[in-house]
Structure formats: C-alpha cells, structure tokens
Design a protein around this ligand. Structure first.
Ligand SMILES: Cc1ncc(COP(=O)(O)O)c(C=O)c1O
Length: 392
C-alpha cells in the first residue's frame, strides 16, 4: 500500500488464490510451538536429503569453477546428460538442442505459457490438479479452464473429456502424469489421443512429467513419444530430491526453442550455475542407485498407507501409481474436508492438505496425504486419526 493507503492491484490478482497448505503449515508450527509432536503429511517433498554425489559435485564446482551466468538454455554438459538420460531410460532420441534448463519446472511452465498464450487464450486442465499451474497460465494472460474429473477417468483428463470441454479459445491442453494431488497416470495411448486432438485443433499439448521416476509397478512413458510438437516439463525436484536447488527443464518443439530462449534470457538470464553443476551428477550410476532405493522406500510407504487409510474410513477410489500422494475421499467421516484437516491437526497433530487447494470439483470430500515420512510415522498418524474419529 502507498502512503495514501491506496492499493494498486492488477486485475489478475483477483484470480490468484493462496495455497491452503501454507495455512495448514502455519497452524502446524503453532501446534508444535505448544510442545506437540506434529506428523507432517501436508508438504510436497519427502524427508530425503539430496543424494551425496550431487552435493559433492556442487561443492567441487564451487571450489574449481567460475560461478558466472551460464547460457539461458543451460550448461551444455547438463543438457547433453539429460538427452542421454532420455535415450537410456526411455529409448527415445531427444536432442540436447530441444532441452532448456530452468529454475524448477515452475519456470519451465512460465516460459511455455509465455510463448504459447495470448490474452484470453484458454488452457484446459484437470480439476483437481496442482494449483500453481493454472496461476502460471493466468500470469501470462491465459484463462485456465478447469475440467472436473473423477475416479471414472483416474482423475485425469482424456481426449474425450478434453473434446467435450474444448472451446474456440482453447490453445493448450495440459495434463500431469503422475498427477499431484492424485498420483494417478495418463496412459501412453491417452497421451497420444490428446496430442492428436491438440493437433487437429491447431493447439498444443503440454505434459507435466515432474513426478517421472517415482512410479510403482509401472514404467512411465514420456509424452515426447507422441510427437515433436508436444511440450514437456520436468524437474530435478522430486525424483532427484533437489526441491530447494530450484532446477528443472523444458523440452520444446524444435521451432519454439529460439522463442523460449529469448524469453528465458529476459526473465531469468540463466538457471542457477551451482545447481546445474550439481545436477550433472544426477545421472551417474551411484546417484541413480540412491534414488531408486528411495523409490522402493516410497512404494513401501504407499503399500502400507492405502489399506491403512481405507481401514479408518478414508477411501482411496483410485490406487495411485506414482508421485507420493494419496487423494483420499473423506466423505464417510466429514462433509467438510477443510474443517476436518484443521481438526486432525489441532486434535491428532497430523497435518494433511484439504482438497480446496486443488480446485473446485468436490474439494470438500477430499484430502491429500503426502507419504513423505517413514512407515513408523505413518502408522502413528493413522493410529492418531483412528482414535480421533472413533471417538467422535
Ligand atoms: C505437478 C507439479 N508440477 C510442478 C511443480 C513445481 O515444481 P518445481 O518448480 O520444484 O520443479 C510441482 C511441485 O510440487 C508439482 O507438484
């Protein structure tokens, strides 16, 4: 506010909603300050520290390399390593020239929407989905169009659903696989159909693959298999446990790379140099061994938690195949998931995220539980919620 008390606010700010999970986190800290042991299942990052080889590579770089800006597209060495990773893991040729390293996939999304959207252009997205994605579209002048989805389509938007919701203004269809908050995936066939629909309409498919690597019993296919015209974003945050390093990447169709580069030069100059040097070590066998071990640990947590939640009346309509989230239906226990989340925090000292954060489609009947703590803590969390709900 300026000195006469007038708030000069862009109209877009009316559409930018706060993150309810932050509110829960603040309340959780207050509960902790009163001396209680809070079990944190609300935040989207596991309890694992960044693997040592990555930390050591970054430390070595700090000692031996200049920390100047890199190219806006990222270090050539890292882009080559990502390209090789696509070959090794997916058996697909993605030239390094198409890979743009970014400040987390968040920056990748901003760049993608920045080059694709004109004011008023619509972006089709599933409801529920990760809220920031629609706010990125809004920031670039776009209009997110939320498409209600449920267990019938594994909480994902497929081509039929997209077609039914398509308007003359739709310019982008976006899916995340595995998804946040549901952990469910889009099949390669569904991605292919969405890409074909976007092509037919002269629009673009954008696929968020940030939880790739964290899938259980199923190998993820990249949407890059569906054609060179698909935009894909990915990140070092989740599979490589580098959330705070702020590093991700975008794979853009060849004709867009120069446009993305221009925007990246202006918005960010370059991604973090030290983080990029650290990330080169992500693709070494010893790092992959560490993160694969952690994937197995997350799977063990998932296998414990799904039936345990069901046993206390928190239904899991679709068993998640990836990420580290369970989107549980709490309607047997409450008609108001926000009040429920606050109550289990206040009385059972377990923090979860209410459905409200992820959209407008039946948020009151869902909570998101992140299995970001060891099984023993998850057991304790379930026992506490069981005691609370059995007594009410
Ligand atoms: C689905 C999804 N996309 C994108 C992001 C952004 O992550 P980052 O910017 O750390 O890569 C997140 C973070 O939780 C997410 O859940």
């Amino acid at each position: 506010m300026n000195d006469v008390g007038r708030l000069q606010l862009a109209a877009r700010m009316a559409h930018i909603e706060p993150f309810e999970v932050m509110e829960i986190q603040t309340l959780a800290r207050e509960v902790e300050a009163r001396g209680h042991d809070v079990i944190h299942l609300e935040i989207g990052e596991p309890d694992f520290r960044t693997p040592r080889p990555i930390v050591e590579a970054a430390q070595r770089a700090l000692d031996t390399k200049p920390m100047f800006y890199t190219s806006a597209l990222g270090l050539a060495e890292l882009r080559d390593a990502i390209s090789k990773f696509y070959r090794d893991r997916y058996g697909i040729d993605v030239p390094a020239a198409r890979i743009v390293v970014t400040a987390g996939s968040s920056a990748a999304l901003l760049l993608a929407f920045g080059v694709l959207l004109d004011p008023g252009d619509e972006v089709l997205q599933a409801d529920p989905s990760y809220p920031c994605n629609r706010h990125f579209a809004r920031t670039m002048g776009g209009v997110p169009r939320l498409v209600p989805v449920g267990p019938e389509s594994r909480y994902q938007m497929n081509a039929d659903i997209a077609r039914r919701n398509w308007t003359a203004k739709t310019r982008v269809a976006m899916v995340a696989t595995p998804s946040n908050p549901t952990g469910t995936m889009v099949t390669p066939q569904e991605v292919g159909d969405l890409a074909a629909l976007a092509r037919e309409k002269g629009a673009t498919l954008l696929v968020d693959e940030i939880y790739h690597g964290l899938t259980y019993g199923v190998d993820a296919h990249t949407a890059l298999e569906a054609g060179d015209d698909v935009f894909v974003i990915n990140s070092f945050s989740k599979y490589f446990q580098m959330t705070g390093w702020r590093l991700g990447w975008l794979v853009a169709p060849p004709a867009y790379v120069r446009e993305v580069e221009k925007l990246a030069q202006n918005l960010f100059i370059s991604p973090s140099t030290v983080a990029q040097h650290g990330a080169v070590a992500c693709f070494e066998p010893r790092t992959l061994e560490i993160v694969e071990g952690r994937r197995a640990e997350l799977d063990a947590r998932r296998k414990f938690l799904v039936p345990a939640l069901e046993s206390i009346g928190l239904r899991v309509p679709v068993v998640p195949q990836g990420a580290f989230y369970i989107y549980a239906d709490c309607s047997q226990l409450t008609g108001d998931s926000l009040a429920f989340a606050r109550r289990i925090l206040a009385e059972a000292h377990v923090a979860v995220t209410p459905g409200k954060d992820f959209g407008h489609h039946e948020p009151e009947r869902h909570i998101r539980i992140a299995y970001t703590q060891p099984v023993a803590r998850l057991e304790e969390a379930v026992a506490r919620i069981r005691k609370l709900t059995a007594g009410s």
